[in-house]
Design a protein around this ligand. Structure first.
Ligand code: ATP
Ligand code: MG
Length: 333
């Protein structure tokens, strides 16, 4: 029986953080036995806002791959590959750019947020504005139907499906499948600074490689409820970063509900909720950090994993590209 295909991945802009863990890595771990899973090291997409620093994009390739294995991704089960080494992805991207308008790209809510966050103003790199078409190429080249991602990616999957529908309409047949985003209920994890999203670029992340001291410092500095001045004051749970993290990582839902109740009623200090979060994060990150340190010693092994994965992905993406070109009715030699 053929398993449903997953395509998902990460921009190679730095080591991964606990937002990735909550947003997509946890789901990928669950899916790796039941699905055929392709994991994209998105170095081409990373360049769309990092063209000034290709060295960072290159170095981050192995960093992200190490994070994958450190959290439990098994390269025998999941195919880990490098985006820039698959010509079919670039070719499909060029094709798809003709199936989307500039104004539609500009209206994409994620792109709008990211343009604002990066302070591009009017100087938006063309590659950045167009990366949703490249993402449509990544997903459809694998004929993926399932995409485990964080909540910020939902508008991009929607845009992928719009492009896929246009291609299918012109080809007058369903040559490409539409994809479904699988988004965890915890939503997007805010940054430690309370900003909307934890991200590598914003520098507001707790990395999966964080030391015990870094975890302690990050939790201590976390934003809670500015009006919760005395322990006996009622505290606000909504918009409180510590509770957003507890929602994502505390497995004892009953105890968490009780904690929220006590906090909102008054009588529970910030240090109590922060201590609980710190214990949970130390227990989560400790073993990942240890495996990371071990794995990082064998650089050559990771090069081999990525090389093998990219070879496998090459065959699949070339086949889809040929099919799209033929079914659209373009000239072929
Ligand atoms: P960058 O700042 O370079 O864009 P990033 O931290 O946003 O990096 P990406 O590589 O863009 O990370 O995202 C990879 C995956 O992780 C996506 O599926 C994204 O939705 C998910 N993700 C990233 N940050 C978060 C977050 N804070 N909460 C939940 N999911 C997240
Ligand atoms: Mg991002």
């Amino acid at each position: 029986m053929t398993r449903p295909i997953i395509l998902t991945g990460d921009r190679t802009t730095g080591p991964l953080h606990i937002g990735h863990y909550a947003g997509s890595l946890r789901n990928r771990l669950q899916f790796q036995d039941s699905h055929e899973q392709f994991l994209l090291l998105a170095d081409t997409q990373a360049l769309t806002d990092n063209a000034h620093d290709p060295g960072k994009v290159r170095r981050s390739v192995i960093e992200v791959a190490i994070d994958y294995l450190a959290v439990g991704i098994d390269p025998e089960k999941s195919t880990i590959f490098l985006q820039s080494h698959l010509p079919a992805l670039a070719e499909l991207s060029m094709l798809y750019l003709n199936f989307v308008t500039v104004s539609r790209l500009e209206r994409n809510p994620t792109i709008k947020d990211e343009i604002r966050a990066r302070g591009f103003g009017r100087d938006i790199p063309a590659g950045f504005l167009c990366y949703p078409a490249a993402q449509a190429a990544d997903i459809s080249a694998f004929e993926a139907t399932v995409v485990p991602v964080g909540e910020d990616q939902a508008p991009l999957i929607e845009q992928t499906n719009e492009i896929v529908r246009r291609v299918n309409m012109v080809a007058r047949q369903r040559i490409l499948p539409e994809a479904r985003a699988v988004i965890p209920p915890s939503g997007r994890l805010p940054g430690v600074d309370g900003k909307a999203k934890m991200s590598k670029t914003a520098g507001n992340a707790i990395k999966l490689s964080a030391s015990p001291e870094e975890i302690t410092a990050a939790v201590r500095a976390m934003f809670t409820d500015p009006n919760h001045l005395r322990i006996e004051d009622p505290g606000q749970v909504e918009g409180n970063v510590v509770f957003a993290y507890l929602d994502a990582f505390d497995e004892d839902c009953v105890a968490l509900e009780e904690l929220k109740h006590r906090y909102s009623r008054g009588g529970l200090g910030d240090s109590k909720i922060k201590n609980r979060l710190e214990d949970i994060l130390q227990a989560l990150i400790g073993p990942i950090r240890q495996r990371r340190t071990e794995l990082a010693k064998d650089h050559a092994y990771f090069v081999e994993v990525i090389r093998k994965g990219t070879e496998k992905a090459h065959d699949k993406t070339e086949a889809t590209k040929r099919k799209v070109i033929e079914d659209l009715g373009l000239f072929t030699l």
